[in-house]
Design a protein around this ligand. Structure first.
Ligand code: ZN
Length: 493
């Protein structure tokens, strides 16, 4: 059981939606009018627009909007599932490579308000079976685990130890709570705002590039966790087959010890690893744009703030710091200009810029400290902070994409990497919004059954992007692999 936890469901608050969310859960679970529970799935608009999540809204989401086929097709890794019609009853023509029936799902259900029950080792032979179970149980949360050697639902009938994990996507969990010590926007815990959310965009860029360039992975999907973080699913066959040790190694590769409030002595060693140099090239411009200024985290926006930053410079830079402090008090330069000036000032000390010769009395280690200070500073704020335990084990469960977060009512939508820095978690639709969108669409266009219901809502953009940019290339790749294997087996026959 212990492995189930993603820590995205703890208490705390989500930006401005807090009170309405809490109210929503209370009112829907205690005082819901009896009529609204009977016609879930048909009646859409909630009576109270501030209700973002309720059992009725969730039932509606599961019956009309949840993209069962996308999830099924993805987790099957079988090109035969690409067409929505092929949703495989048990024993269909799908190849034995189809991993779906051996995939563990877990569900958190709430049979009575406030009484959560957690069920592990669920598995389903087909998309229809999955859909029936979800619609019947209406889980407040669905987690996805590993692919086992047997269908995990047979767990109890198998001899102990017989059920073993075989594969699992390599997953990453990045959560804003791990950024509390650098969030100067006033947020902490589960509270987030547009300013601190920028850290997530930066983390996505660095991780996505690192996983592609350093490990050669191609099939990566990013999702909003529904509240205060993001998840990455690396789905290449080589990633799915990684052992637990190899997973730990990949995750550790991305881990940088950023020091702590008490121990600020985190130092990058020389020569700088190419992956860190690349991360710096990605992160420094974002740091200058979104962390330094007042409208970001303000770390160079006032004398009080820049003084704090200047004290983190190596001892030998104090003369530079004093000079700049005096200069900055007299002029009205921007945080960006100050950052450039500061870097130039300290690089001059070690002869790395301008015409100045390096100071002779500096030790080698002092020189290295000065040289790396800008990178260390940028990383301390912006380098991805991974919840590494999520990545280490094949059988660690992670919240299913396309779920709805019960505290926010928001859908765990796919995030497009190219525009990750523009992704706005507050613009992700809540269940209540989605129902209104469906009603509006039907008021205007009638009941159009030629398209999926999610295509009538603002889920259309992110879902279609996911299909086009992730799912199709993934299944094309699986098709190519299958063909190659078939040709090889014919050749050797
Ligand atoms: Zn914030």
């Amino acid at each position: 059981m212990g492995a189930a936890a993603t820590n995205d469901d703890e208490e705390f608050e989500f930006g401005v939606d807090t009170t309405s969310t809490k109210k929503a859960r209370t009112s829907s679970s205690q005082g819901a009018p009896s009529t609204s529970t009977t016609n879930a799935g048909n009646k859409s608009s909630p009576a109270d627009a501030s209700v973002v999540f309720s059992p009725e809204l969730l039932a509606m989401y599961y019956s009309r909007l949840f993209p069962y086929h996308m999830l099924y097709s993805w987790l099957s890794y079988d090109p035969a599932t690409a067409k929505p019609g092929n949703n495989a009853k048990a024993g269909s023509s799908l190849g034995s490579a189809c991993t779906f029936p051996r995939r563990e799902f877990s569900m958190t259900i709430e049979p009575q308000p406030g009484n959560e029950v957690y069920i592990r080792y669920q598995s389903f032979l087909s998309q229809d079976e999955l859909m029936e179970a979800i619609q019947k149980r209406r889980p407040v949360k669905i987690d996805i685990g590993a692919v086992f050697n047997y269908p995990p639902k047979d767990n109890k009938s198998l001899p102990s130890g017989k059920l073993q994990t075989q594969e699992r996507e390599l997953v990453f969990d990045i959560d804003l709570t791990d950024y509390d010590d650098v969030r100067n926007c006033g947020c902490s815990g589960a509270k987030i705002c547009g300013k601190c959310w920028k850290f997530m965009g930066m983390a996505i860029k660095v991780m996505d590039e690192g996983l592609r360039k350093d490990f050669g992975f191609k099939n990566l999907a990013w999702f909003y966790s529904g509240r205060r973080g993001v998840h990455c699913w690396v789905c290449d066959e080589s990633a799915r087959k990684l052992s637990n040790d190899a997973r730990s190694a990949v995750a550790s590769y991305f881990e940088v010890d950023l020091g702590s409030e008490k121990n600020k002595n985190f130092h990058i060693t020389s020569p700088v690893h190419p992956t860190l140099s690349r991360a710096y090239r990605v992160l420094e411009p974002e740091f200058v744009k979104d962390v330094l200024p007042e409208e970001g985290h303000g770390i160079m926006s006032s004398r009080k703030m820049w003084t704090k930053l200047l004290t983190t410079l190596p001892e030998s830079c104090m003369s530079v710091a004093d000079k700049l402090d005096k200069k900055w008090q007299k002029e009205n330069s921007t945080p960006r200009e100050k950052w450039v000036e500061l870097k130039k000032g300290i690089m001059t000390l070690i002869g790395k810029t301008g015409h100045a010769k390096a100071q002779k009395n500096l030790s080698n280690s002092e020189r290295v400290k000065i040289e790396h200070w800008p990178m260390e500073t940028v990383f301390r704020y912006t380098y991805p902070r991974l919840d590494i335990n999520v990545s280490k084990m094949q059988n660690h469960l992670l919240k299913s994409p396309f779920c709805v977060h019960p505290k926010t009512g928001r859908v765990c939508v796919p995030i497009e990497v190219d525009s990750a820095d523009c992704f706005d978690p507050f613009a992700v639709p809540t269940l209540a919004q989605l129902m209104t969108e469906l009603d509006d669409y039907e008021a205007e266009n009638g009941k159009d059954e030629s398209i999926e219901d999610w295509q009538k809502t603002s889920l259309k953009g992110p879902f279609e992007n996911f299909q086009k940019k992730f799912l199709k290339p993934l299944l094309d790749e699986e098709r190519r692999i299958l063909r190659e294997r078939r040709e090889m087996s014919i050749a050797s026959w």
